[in-house]
Design a protein around this ligand. Structure first.
Ligand code: ATP
Length: 734
């Protein structure tokens, strides 16, 4: 270390001899370090933007998947860090985003934003006279009062200075007391403004949440949005975070736009009055202010980054990160068994890194923007303010003729004139500070409006998707019009049209289910079976078999109305409240939150159960049928447990069968729902179900179940099928 400092001293001496001082060298080093750091922080952004922009444009031009994949490969190659390499899933998301961008669906301050915001405002303030509008009125009154108070306080401060200059103690004390007195209502109004803003935000949020929950649960939308439509990645994030941020942002914007407007209006009048008082020109100051402010505002608007798009993308990435977290929580056991923590950790890291990249991007864009903004607001405007305040004094016509300063009358007039000018200067300065603050808030509101455009796009977009999916209108990017459709599906504007019809039969005695030339088509428009025709009557126990992926479960999805029907007709009995016609039981049964009783009666509520006249004893009888009475003895009917984890796989399946016995539908759609149940219990269950007059539609690979059925529907996995009555020897297979 000592050797090193010796070398430095020697070098310094040499430089000193050449006329370069230590201070100059330190300055040069410091400047170089700052430049290097700035370059390091900003270069990757510009470099990346340049690469992305060029490649994205190419990808748009070619408009094919390979170019998107190549683009993503390029991004992967340019990123050195192992963690920030994009996974296949993320590539798919980027490709979708690119496609969305090419459809001009970017958020921004445009007509689309105004229309979307108008639609959302109609939801959050539904009537002229409602809770939200009354909150708005009180809030507005508070904002106006706050402005009057600010002007009054500015005037008082002017008067205080005036009496100090005049050395008038008595008046000074009176005005000071007034000043303290006004502090109480002023602070209360300030606190009230914040309180009302929070109340408004919560009220808006509640309206939006209620509206979107209603839509989300309309016509099985919660299923359709994630399975049949590809526009919303994480509906949960939009329903929670985005709605909350949107509501807060709207409520905050209301006060941050209206208050500065009132401030500017009233402060303008007050300034004019005080300028008039000293008989100065009232036009020059405001004209100068208007010119400077309009010019700077225009520059700020032109150079402002697209914060709307940036925050929308940030919310997207945040949503994806949360989605991965919730997936890990849901499948923790499976991941732990597989030892899949490495893969999951990597995916989490990648999702987080993408979020960090986006946030850094926003920070860097803000760095330059805030710098420019501060320069205009703190320096350009302050300078203009100084000129504005001094102009009336410098150019006023009240200057006194030069006389003998020992003349007492002249001295008094001179003193009074100086104190008046000081009062004007203090009041005007305070008012100008308030006005500058108001304009600064108005300018920052612009940023907030642009960010609001991003959230409006996400919330309004979500509502639109919910409305469309409820009506059966889906958009999935992976769907392409294929030649091999053979006229099974008709396309319009690149989207498949669900031309099939569901006809509900109202005749009480006719419980037949009929499919006439109905194709089985996946949400990706892959045709699994081109045309299916069959008629299922009550008492006709149907066994459905075939290889994996041949369309067995898809048939149930069509019968339950989850998948659209692209052609043909489906006749089913109209569902009646309290008496379901069809009841579906999947292989992995769903356990709801609640007590044991809630599990058995799901999806009924306790009230429904009581209305139907069910007692705990009857529920115990049902549990006995499925050999689960020990659960009732162990936990009772009312203890709330995490049933998903407490029950074993076979117990969960038996619990699902208990639901079937509770609801006693006409038809049971059993999708390998007893695969984990022992064969003897399974046989008992099937016998009980038949004795309850429930018609069974069973998907199974177990030969032991054949004997409980009368008909068989067999798929061959190539799109062909056969429907026939079972031979007696088939029914008696071991
Ligand atoms: N949500 C979906 N989106 C796109 N394709 C799907 C979807 N669900 C199923 N498919 C596809 O539809 C085809 C039929 O699936 P289905 O679930 O009906 O098979 P399955 O006959 O019940 O098979 P398994 O015996 O394995 O349960 C499969 O090729 C599957 O990949």
């Amino acid at each position: 270390m000592a050797v090193f400092s010796k070398y430095i001293d020697l070098a310094m001496q040499k430089y000193d001899e050449n006329g370069l001082s230590k201070t100059t060298i330190s300055r040069v080093i410091l400047c170089a370090a700052i430049c290097a750091y700035t370059f390091k922080t900003t270069y990757p952004l510009f470099g990346k933007q340049f690469v992305n922009k060029n490649n994205v444009e190419d990808a748009y031009k070619n408009n094919n998947r390979t170019s998107y994949v190549e683009l993503n490969d390029h991004i992967v190659n340019t990123t050195e860090d192992e963690d920030s390499k994009l996974t296949e899933a993320e590539k798919l998301i980027i490709a979708r985003q690119l496609k969305k961008q090419s459809l001009h669906l970017e958020p921004g301050l445009n007509k689309e934003f105004v229309l979307q915001l108008r639609k959302l405002i109609k939801i959050i303030v539904p009537k002229v006279l409602c809770y939200e509008s009354s909150l708005l009125i009180v809030h507005t009154l508070c904002l106006i009062s706050r402005t009057f108070l600010s002007i009054y306080v500015a005037a008082l401060e002017g008067a205080i200075v005036k009496f100090i200059v005049r050395k008038d103690l008595k008046r000074f004390v009176i005005v000071l007391l007034k000043w303290f007195g006004i502090a109480i209502p002023a602070t209360f109004i300030n606190s009230m403004i914040r309180f009302l803003e929070s109340k408004l935000s919560l009220a808006f949020r509640t309206r939006l949440v209620r509206h979107s929950y209603r839509l989300y649960f309309k016509n099985q939308n919660y299923y359709r949005v994630s399975n049949l439509d590809g526009r919303i990645e994480n509906a949960d994030h939009r329903l929670t975070e985005d709605i909350a941020i949107f509501s807060t942002s709207v409520a905050h914007l209301y006060s941050s736009v209206t208050k500065p407007c009132f401030d500017l209006m009233l402060i303008g009048f007050a300034l004019m009055r005080s300028t008039q008082k000293i008989k100065a020109n009232i036009v020059s100051g405001p004209t100068l202010a208007i010119v400077v402010i309009s010019l700077t505002a225009h520059i700020i608007r032109v150079v402002s980054p697209k914060f709307g798009q940036l925050v929308a993308e940030e919310a997207n990435r945040y949503g994806y990160l949360r989605h991965i977290h919730s997936r890990i929580i849901t499948n923790s056991e499976e991941i732990a068994f597989y030892g899949g923590h490495k893969v999951e950790l990597q995916q989490l890291r990648q999702a987080y890194n993408r979020l960090v990249i986006q946030m850094n991007n926003i920070f860097i864009q803000k760095l330059w923007f805030v710098m420019l903004e501060q320069f205009f607001m703190k320096y350009v405007w302050s300078g203009t303010g100084m000129i504005m305040v001094s102009l009336p004094i410098l150019m006023s016509g009240t200057s006194l003729p030069k006389k003998d300063v020992t003349d007492p009358i002249y001295k008094e007039v001179l003193n009074s004139s100086v104190s008046e000018r000081t009062q004007y200067l203090t009041t005007a300065r305070n008012l100008l500070i308030s006005a500058a603050d108001a304009i600064e808030r108005l300018m920052s509101s612009y940023k907030e409006i642009v960010a609001l455009a991003g959230y409006t796009y996400r919330v309004a977009g979500m509502m639109q998707v919910f409305e469309e999916t409820a009506q059966g209108v889906y958009h999935k990017n992976t769907i392409v019009e294929k030649n091999e459709m053979n006229g099974v599906i008709e396309f319009k504007d690149g989207k498949p049209i669900a031309k099939g019809r569901i006809i509900y039969t109202d005749t009480p005695n006719d419980m037949t289910i009929t499919l006439r030339a109905v194709p089985v088509v996946t949400p990706n428009c892959d045709i699994v079976v081109s045309s299916l025709t069959l008629c299922i009557e009550q008492g006709m126990h149907l066994l459905i078999t075939g290889p994996n992926g041949c369309g067995k479960s898809s048939l149930f999805r069509i019968l339950s109305g989850l998948w659209p029907i692209y052609a043909g007709e489906l006749h089913i009995p109209r569902p009646v409240e309290d008496k379901p016609c069809m009841f579906y039981i999947p292989q992995r049964p769903y356990m709801s939150t609640g007590s044991l009783c809630d599990q058995i009666i799901y999806p009924d509520s306790r009230e429904d159960m009581l209305r139907k006249g069910f007692t705990e004893n009857q529920l115990r009888g049902i549990l006995k049928m499925v050999c689960l009475e020990h659960i009732a003895q162990r936990d009772g009917f009312n203890a709330v447990r995490d049933w998903k984890d407490i029950l074993s796989g076979g117990e969960k399946q038996r619990m699902a069968i208990a639901r079937l016995f509770y609801h006693r539908p006409k038809y049971a759609l059993l999708d390998e729902c007893t695969s984990a149940v022992s064969i003897d219990v399974e046989s008992t269950i099937y016998e009980i179900a038949k004795s309850m007059d429930i018609t069974l539609l069973t998907i199974t690979h177990r030969p032991t179940l054949w004997k409980f059925h009368t008909h068989v529907l067999e798929f061959d996995g190539q799109g062909n099928w056969s429907f026939r009555q079972m031979e007696p020897n088939e029914q008696h297979l071991p």
